[in-house]
Design a protein around this ligand. Structure first.
Ligand SMILES: Cc1cc2nc3c(=O)[nH]c(=O)nc-3n(C[C@H](O)[C@H](O)[C@H](O)COP(=O)(O)O)c2cc1C
Length: 362
């Protein structure tokens, strides 16, 4: 299977299946000299982890990173960085039934038609278990972006089903299992998810990601536009059905006089564009949002077909995850960070000698 790599100067290749012995990635192109050690991967992996809270999946993985190469005495050497995480909670069971059935909303039917063979254990390669390695790879990117450019990439849930935050505080985001910026609403969210779980159904979610400190100039027109690469990277996350840059689809109802971000000596007057103009960062915050679809594996039976085309019924047994979007904030941050680091290296390679033409807008 091809297309397991992305990026141009910073390339990330992931490998592994949901229920295989391990998952891993190779990060190639990271400059030498970045101090990194295995323990630094834990915080972001725990933020993404299954079993982090009772509102998400029950799978409990240790998610311990082994650095196999590319780091010597705690410093990157410029050679490929290989990271490995062993799957420790991939319970073996009988997959004969699942292997013959296409779960609605999953990649079973399409993988089967494309490859003629599939690993049915937990969704195999199509499982969101793969996104663990994106989060791991992005620990490197986040650190490099922070150290070299003072950039901070962070995200939060901005809608859970029909609920939206009534207040906003970044400090609240990491204090609750929903990555929710309104602490006063957390109890309401808990009740909402508990009721949803009891009903056996699921809902979608929206996540906003902001990268602060990105300098003007990153992004390569025409086919390597920063917004285009962010959209592709974010859309590659499991269950993502929509990506917006800046105001995104809200722009349809805006006037030009409102949407264009005027330039003044005191700075841009607004940031409807999401910090990207002509595919190049403007120096404003880079803002992107994603929408994740409702969990497909739910307790409510769904109609499907088996590999012989015979009608069958699919129902998820045990505990289901009523909203997969709850855990996707670190994954969205990861994709934004990896795209930004790749673009930073590409900008340095082609335009590193170009000095500032005018003073930067504050
Ligand atoms: C963090 C995360 C966890 C997920 N966990 C589940 C899950 O427990 N059950 C499920 O039905 N889908 C889950 N998904 C979504 C499926 O992986 C995805 O819908 C499926 O592979 C089909 O791909 P597509 O929705 O991108 O077309 C998860 C997605 C993410 C981002």
């Amino acid at each position: 299977m091809s297309s397991n790599s992305f990026g141009k100067l910073l390339t990330v290749t992931t490998f592994g299946e949901s229920h295989g012995p391990a998952i891993g990635c190779v990060v190639d192109g990271c400059p030498p000299g970045l101090a990194i050690e295995a323990s630094e991967f834990a915080p972001d992996l725990q933020r993404r982890a299954t079993g982090k809270s009772r509102y998400t999946s029950q799978r409990r993985e240790a998610d311990e990173v082994e650095i196999l190469s590319g780091v010597y005495e705690g410093v990157t050497t410029g050679t490929p960085i290989a990271l490995l995480i062993r799957n420790t909670d991939a319970r073996s069971k009988d997959y004969a039934e699942i292997a013959r059935t296409f779960r609605p909303g999953h990649a079973d039917y399409t993988y089967w038609h494309k490859y003629g063979v599939r690993d049915p254990r937990g969704g195999g390669r199509s499982s969101a278990r793969e996104t663990t390695m994106r989060v791991a790879a992005a620990v490197i990117a986040k650190k490099w972006l922070a150290e070299h450019h003072g950039i901070r990439v962070r995200g939060h849930l901005s809608a859970l089903g029909e609920l939206t935050p009534r207040a906003f505080d970044w400090d609240a985001v990491e204090d609750n299992p929903f990555f929710w910026p309104d602490a006063a609403m957390v109890a309401e969210l808990e009740q909402y998810i508990t009721a949803l779980r009891k009903s056996g159904d699921s809902v979608g979610a929206r996540i906003d990601v902001v990268a602060e400190g990105v300098p003007p100039g990153w992004g390569e027109p025409i086919y390597g536009k920063l917004d285009a690469e962010l959209a592709a990277a974010l859309m590659s996350i499991n269950a993502v059905k929509g990506v917006e840059i800046g105001d995104g689809f809200a722009a349809v109802a805006q006037k030009g006089s409102e949407h264009r971000d005027e330039l003044t000596a005191d700075g841009f007057t607004s940031n409807h564009a999401g910090g990207i103009l002509g595919g190049i960062s403007s120096g404003q915050d880079v803002r992107a949002s994603i929408v994740l679809k409702p969990t497909s594996s739910i307790l409510i039976p769904g109609r499907s077909l088996d590999v012989d085309g015979e009608p069958t019924e699919v129902v998820t047994k045990g505990r289901h995850d009523p909203c997969v979007g709850i855990r996707a904030t670190p994954i969205a941050e990861a994709m934004v960070a990896l795209v930004l680091m790749d673009q930073a290296l590409r900008h340095r390679a082609q335009c590193g000698d170009v000095g500032a033409m005018t003073p930067r807008i504050a």
